[in-house]
Design a protein around this ligand. Structure first.
Ligand SMILES: [Cu+2]
Length: 205
């Protein structure tokens, strides 16, 4: 076989191997952003008071993806199509707690695998639990898949993804769906930003 023929075969083989690796990587990133709720991950910490934030509870399976070189945490939230339709990663009603070091930036990616339209907001809440309009429960810090004028009725359809980023000051927030009534139906969790957190992690209660 000629050298050119061999070179072409090598290029085809290398290109195919690269594409398989690329597809496998993306499949993993989209399909397994955070493990969904299962009993093995239930921890005893349920308080959201910042004074109770304990970095000693970090274990490898509870870590969030992050890049410490630029203080960025990747929050991959998915509305799953199974169970409660008003869920993030299979959790509802504040079960999922995200802990982020003060001064870090959150890059949030929201994927909707559910049948209804949803969006993702981060709200600095002033009430204990969300009402029908989370804009009445505090200050909205991030809109993903909607805007400040559309979040009550707009979002992304099933199969779509959207993302956004925000730097949050120390405090307690909700991540929630802003579509009217969805957070009140359970589609919310808690973000704690604190200087007592050194590495991003999460717990599910
Ligand atoms: Cu929703």
């Amino acid at each position: 076989m000629s050298r050119i023929g061999i070179a072409v075969l090598v290029l085809i083989f290398a290109g195919t191997a690269f594409m398989i690796g690329f597809l496998a990587y993306n499949f993993q990133m989209v399909t397994y952003p955070i493990p969904t709720h299962n009993k093995a991950e239930i921890l005893t910490t349920t308080s959201i008071a910042t004074s109770n934030v304990s970095p000693t509870k970090v274990s490898a399976k509870d870590m969030l993806p992050f890049d410490s070189s630029n203080k960025t945490v990747f929050l991959n939230l998915v509305a799953l199509s199974t169970g409660n339709p008003y869920n993030f990663n299979g959790t509802s009603n504040g079960q999922l707690h995200i802990y982020i070091p003060a001064g870090w930036t959150v890059i949030a990616t929201f994927t909707n695998q559910e049948g209804q339209i949803h969006n993702l907001l981060i709200v600095q809440n002033t009430t204990a639990i969300p009402g029908d309009d989370v804009g009445q429960d505090g200050t909205i810090k991030l809109y993903v898949g909607a805007t400040s004028s559309t979040y009550l009725y707009d979002g992304i359809s099933g199969g779509a993804s959207a993302s956004g980023s925000v730097a949050l000051s120390p405090g307690i927030y909700w991540f929630c769906c802003g579509f009217e009534g969805h957070a009140a139906a359970g589609m919310w969790g808690v973000i704690v930003v604190s200087s007592s957190v050194t590495t991003p992690y999460y717990t599910i209660s």
